[in-house]
Ligand binder design. Structure first.
Ligand code: GRF
Length: 199
């Protein structure tokens, strides 16, 4: 079974690009295919990236109870939902429909530096301000709390002396692009074999 992936993205889509490149390199050995990229923002650069790669790209109304998102995910028969810089809260009916089959990447070492309002540059600024010795990348299953579900992969990155939030952001993103596609490949392989995590 080739697992059908939807990537949800709100912004530039650099993780989306890393995912597209990774699954394209895997070729016939890929356990999954990216069938859809969806965004709450019709102008998101991630949608252009998807179209350029020949992947269906759609925007939807994220302000409702989740029914618009459920409709497109069902229409594309999506097995695994991959969040890649998706900036909206996922409504509970969507989370329960794709329970254990929705995954996110966070640019920090969860459970530290996560939760509502802790995203993007804010994470790196908080890490520097608190003088944390390390930050990292965390990949986790999605549950109803922000940045909270079971962790499936994590990579620790030391904070260098005198480092700025900007340079930290760059180094963390580089690691995301290596870790996330491989974590998604692992989760897709398990789902393809019907070995589900149990939240
Ligand atoms: C990444 O840092 C990711 O960890 C976070 O949002 C950012 C998205 O960046 N969830 P991009 O759109 O993939 O470039």
């Amino acid at each position: 079974m080739t697992v059908r992936i939807a990537v949800l993205a709100s912004g530039r889509g650099s993780n989306l690009k890393a995912l597209i490149d990774h699954f394209s390199k895997l070729g016939e050995h890929a356990p999954a295919a990216i069938e859809l990229v969806a965004s709450n923002r019709p102008g998101a650069p991630a949608l252009d990236r998807a179209r350029a790669a020949g992947i269906a790209a759609e925007s939807f109304n994220a302000g409702d109870d989740g029914s618009a998102l459920i409709e497109i995910l069902e229409r594309h028969a999506i097995d695994l939902v991959v969040l890649a810089g998706y900036m909206k809260h996922i409504p509970a009916p969507v989370i329960s429909r794709w329970n254990n089959r929705m995954i996110n990447v966070h640019p920090g070492l969860l459970p530290e530096f996560g939760g509502a309002g802790m995203y993007g540059a804010r994470v790196h600024t908080a890490v520097i301000e608190r003088k944390a010795p390390a930050t990292g990348v965390t990949v986790h299953l999605v549950d109803e709390e922000f940045d909270h579900g079971p962790i499936v992969a994590q990579w620790k990155i030391p904070v260098l002396p005198g480092e700025s939030a900007e340079s930290l952001a760059e180094r963390v993103l580089e690691v995301e692009h290596i870790v996330y596609p491989r974590a998604v490949e692992m989760v897709a392989t398990l789902i393809g074999r019907k070995i589900f995590a149990n939240l």
